[in-house]
Ligand binder design. Structure first.
Ligand SMILES: Cc1cc2nc3c(=O)[nH]c(=O)nc-3n(C[C@H](O)[C@H](O)[C@H](O)COP(=O)(O)OP(=O)(O)OC[C@H]3O[C@@H](n4cnc5c(N)ncnc54)[C@H](O)[C@@H]3O)c2cc1C
Length: 464
């Protein structure tokens, strides 16, 4: 069969970047920018999931509170409108790293709170009348070589120690895996319950309609206690919250806090029913693999496959390409990855390709921060697992901003200390070096070898 034609992004009719946004006919009509100076109770910079959920929970908890969201582009412009649609409460960071801010029991409470965030998001979406193509399903992680199988065993051991009961995990043998999704060369897998598949842009569009004031096209230039200076005026507020995640390095004073990392996605045209019959994937599982440099994928409601993996991972000096256009090398890499697992897709056109940026703290651990003296807070550093996490962060930030002590405000990701990233060229060398080594390890493992030491060296290089 001939290779699929190269992906070309759909025409950008209305500021959209991702397929998800394009499928809604582009971005929602633009809201007016800030029209001069303004005063609110809580100012939030960034209108992605984190900022929007924070605003929503603030307004629910304290109905009279005046919340103003300052958004440089459009609500949902960032990763929240471009992601893989995995609504997963899986704890993707190293639990041990949170022990410096709490006991093992506290870390378990955090893990449980995140697992229970999936039903929370589903319930809120239902209350708000948001149709985000939500399907409760399972995560399936597939192994296609012996080294990957060994990693599945290691994952099961880690889950036995730290896993949340809300997310039961089970090992799949090769036949069980094939019955789920017919991944070429699959030797086994793991299924994990308690997750959901969503259409990310529909979710963000629904939450942004929940009623907070959003000033779009308004860029925050400097944040300080009680004040956000923007290119359209100054917002004064009792509380200032930062929800800029992968874009944070652009803010003065934050260049080395969270490193912006790229992830990219492609989506196929809808598959014909006979291909679906061949592939399976009847449960719309969230599919990923156990490679060092892994992919993540979903079956969309309209019968496409959305497939993601890293693109150009990191740009020198924390550079961010906000346009979201995936480069040709990245697109070719993703198409090759998709065809490796599902070779029968070689003749299926790729409809759209895009990329986005996510935030990575030096310890690769998600967090929420709040300083009660300055009344400034922040959340993010989700390292690519932010769809559910941002909701937990939003609820936590809302409690902190209102000065309420709750089950959430004592969780050990709140004010988890972390050092900043090294100056350049060190972080460029570390990040690019890490991904080179992970790619080399994957190539060796695909050839039947072992490369644990190579992969470990790569991860250590960047402190992962
Ligand atoms: C390609 C890709 C795939 C992903 N897949 C998944 C997945 O399947 N599951 C999952 O759990 N996570 C996934 N993630 C991660 C997840 O999407 C993010 O963690 C989450 O959306 C972060 O939400 P946020 O609101 O914190 O940040 P964002 O959605 O990035 O929002 C930040 C907002 O801040 C605005 N902003 C930035 N600077 C300023 C400024 N100076 N002034 C005003 N506004 C500003 C931006 O314009 C943006 O709208 C993926 C990420 C990417 C990029």
């Amino acid at each position: 069969m001939a290779d699929a034609p190269p992906a070309t992004a759909l025409p950008r009719r209305n500021g959209e970047v991702s397929f998800w946004q394009a499928a809604l006919g582009g971005m929602a009509p633009a809201r007016p920018p800030l029209g001069g100076d303004a005063r609110v109770d809580v100012a939030i910079v960034g209108a992605g999931y984190t900022g929007l959920w924070t605003a929503l929970y603030l307004m629910r908890a304290s109905p009279g509170v005046r919340v103003g969201l300052i958004e440089a582009e459009r609500a949902g412009f960032g990763a929240s409108g471009r992601n893989g649609g995995w609504l997963s409460g899986d704890f993707a960071w190293k639990p041990e790293r949170y022990l410096k801010n709490g006991s093992a029991e506290d870390v378990r409470r955090l893990i449980g709170a995140l697992a229970r965030t999936v039903p929370e998001v589903i319930a809120r979406a239902r209350d708000l009348g948001i149709d985000a193509d939500i399907r409760e399903t399972q995560e399936v992680r597939v192994a296609t070589n012996a080294a990957q199988l060994a990693r599945l065993d290691a994952e099961m051991a880690a889950r036995a120690q730290w896993g949340a009961p809300e997310m039961p995990a089970r090992r799949l043998d090769a036949a069980e895996m094939a019955a789920r999704v017919a991944v070429a060369g699959a030797l086994g897998g793991i299924e994990v319950g308690g997750v959901a598949r969503i259409q990310p842009a529909k979710l963000v569009r629904g939450v942004e309609a929940a009623g907070a004031t959003i000033w779009e096209g308004t860029r925050a230039l400097a944040l300080s206690p009680g004040r956000v200076v923007t290119d359209r005026g100054t917002v004064t507020a009792d509380v200032v919250l930062r929800a800029t995640e992968g874009f944070t390095a652009r803010l003065p004073g934050h260049r080395r806090d969270w490193l912006p990392l790229n992830s990219a996605q492609i989506v196929t045209d809808p598959l014909p029913p006979d291909l679906w019959a061949e592939i399976g994937w009847q449960g719309y599982e969230l599919l990923h693999d156990a490679a060092n440099s892994y992919f993540y994928a979903q079956r969309t409601e309209d019968g496409r496959i959305a497939f993601g993996a890293r693109g150009v991972p990191y740009r020198f000096a924390s550079g961010i390409d906000a346009s979201g256009a995936a480069d040709g090398v990245t697109v070719a890499r993703l198409i090759a990855g998709l065809h490796r697992i599902l070779p029968q897709l070689r003749s299926v056109p790729i409809a759209h390709a895009w990329c986005g940026v996510l935030g990575v703290p030096r310890d690769w651990c998600a967090r929420v921060g709040y300083d009660p003296r300055s009344r400034m807070g922040w959340a993010g550093g989700y390292v690519g697992i932010g769809v559910a996490t941002s909701n937990l962060a939003g609820r936590t930030l809302a409690d902190l901003a209102l000065g309420r002590q709750s089950d959430l405000t004592g969780l050990p990701w709140v004010n988890l200390p972390v050092r900043r990233w090294e100056p350049e060229p060190l972080r460029f060398i570390a990040l690019r070096g890490m991904y080179r080594l992970l790619d080399a390890a994957d190539a060796r493992e695909r050839a039947g070898g072992t490369a644990g030491a190579l992969a470990r060296l790569g991860l250590r290089l960047a402190g992962r």
